[in-house]
Design a protein around this ligand. Structure first.
Ligand code: PLP
Length: 399
């Protein structure tokens, strides 16, 4: 276990003087660089004015401004923002919204639909819909009811639609939760946007609420603000966290349509969505998020995103020729390669690769036989080259 004592830009510094390029942006959070001076200054100013206040019966400017700014860049059908404080609660709220929406309307819809191999977090609702069962074994008896479908490929969409068509007749499915385009924890597995689109289209026709889990994909990583921007059928509910607050402090939001909001808005108290965390909409977190959104939309960061995308493309062309590489894939600034060998998700190869990269001053977290890069947008070309060269050396020396 290494003690990290400092971070700046794309670099982590450890207690022994070691320096590491943060090739996964500290789990996809610090996209504008660690200790970003612009964000720090804004948060510091906020810290001197209002640090924290109960977000129940009270509201505050940073939360209102953040809601307004988010609505501007979210898909146009998104009208309302619900605050919480991490990715698991963002999806938990999305799941509760979908279930209670139907409950409030008197519908008997209690089943959720999810993709195989998805990851949506560690709370009970989120675990229920997650398909990575290694994490969930002891708790499975307590889960809500979930149906699973495979992620779409060119070959299987027909079968998926056929199966859904017969299930949808039962009118039991309340919502479909999905990581659009890229399943992060499933080793950056990517699927077909057209295939996803026809699935969403069918579900929408049958009043199944669409819950996009954009906790990982949100805020520019796919080359657009949201992965849902690549897909015609828009979600009813969107879950966001991770880089929402620019890697500074935890924050999450779940957005929804006016139609969903209206199903909860009532004089009957039992129709309300009772989900509030103590630090919900913390003002410092909101200001970090506002500053992050400003940066995301700046010309500089948009240029950086295109630069990283192009750089990965060139590396992909080269590395895909390597005999030890089975496949490569890329979506925006997310790049992954699968090695030409079979191994366990947490097998020894993964550890040997991790240690090799760290010795080379590169922080990557291979999963099974997948090596992926999801670096901060502000990573320099030289730092990108260091990561690429390190991967090439690993293929020759470790694999
Ligand atoms: C990380 C992640 C979560 C969980 O977020 P936490 O903040 O770790 O609770 C949920 N969904 C997706 C897609 C994620 O990548």
């Amino acid at each position: 276990m290494r003690g990290i004592i400092k971070a700046k830009g794309a670099i982590l510094y450890d207690e022994h003087g070691g320096e590491y390029i943060d090739g996964i942006a500290s789990w996809y959070t610090s996209m504008y660089g660690h200790c970003n001076a612009y964000i720090l200054e804004k948060v510091q100013r906020q810290m001197e004015v209002l640090d924290q206040v109960v977000f129940s019966g009270f509201t505050h400017e940073p939360a209102i401004r953040l809601s307004e700014e988010l609505i501007k860049i979210l898909p146009p059908n998104q009208h309302k923002i619900f605050f919480s404080d991490n990715g698991s609660t963002a999806t938990e709220v999305g799941i509760k919204m979908a279930l209670q929406y139907h409950f409030n309307k008197g519908n008997q819809r209690k089943v959720l639909l999810a993709f195989e191999g998805g990851f949506h977090g560690d709370t009970f609702g989120a675990m229920s819909v997650s398909g990575l069962s290694v994490y969930n074994g002891p708790f499975e008896d307590y889960f809500i009811e979930v149906e699973r479908i495979p992620t779409p490929t060119k070959d299987n969409v027909g079968d998926i639609l056929k199966r859904l068509n017969s299930e949808l007749e039962l009118e039991s499915i309340a919502g479909f939760i999905y990581e659009p385009l890229v399943q992060g924890a499933a080793s950056m597995k990517m699927h077909d946007a057209d295939g996803l689109n026809v699935i969403l289209e069918l579900l929408k026709k049958h009043q199944v609420l669409l819950i996009a889990d954009e906790v990982m994909t949100g805020f520019g990583k796919t080359g657009k603000n949201f992965a849902s921007d690549h897909i015609d059928v828009k979600p009813d509910i969107i879950c966001m966290s991770k880089s929402l607050s620019a890697g500074l402090v935890p924050l999450a939001v779940t957005s929804c349509t006016q139609q969903i909001f209206d199903a909860f808005y009532s004089d009957e108290i039992s129709k309300g969505l009772f989900h509030g965390h103590t630090y919900t909409a913390n003002p410092l977190a909101c200001v970090a998020a506002l500053s992050g959104l400003e940066l995301l939309q700046s010309e500089q960061i948009q240029k950086d995103i295109q630069r990283v995308i192009q750089s990965h493309k060139e590396f992909g062309l080269k590395i895909s020729q390597h005999p030890k590489v089975a496949t490569i894939r890329q979506c925006g600034i997310i790049f992954a390669l699968d090695l030409n060998i079979k191994t366990e998700r947490y097998g020894t190869l993964r550890n040997r690769l991790f240690n090799f990269f760290m010795e080379e001053g590169v922080f990557l977290r291979p999963l099974g036989n997948t090596i992926y890069i999801l670096a901060p947008y502000i990573i320099t070309n030289a730092q990108l080259s260091t990561i690429y060269e390190s991967i090439e050396r690993a293929l020759d020396e470790v694999v």
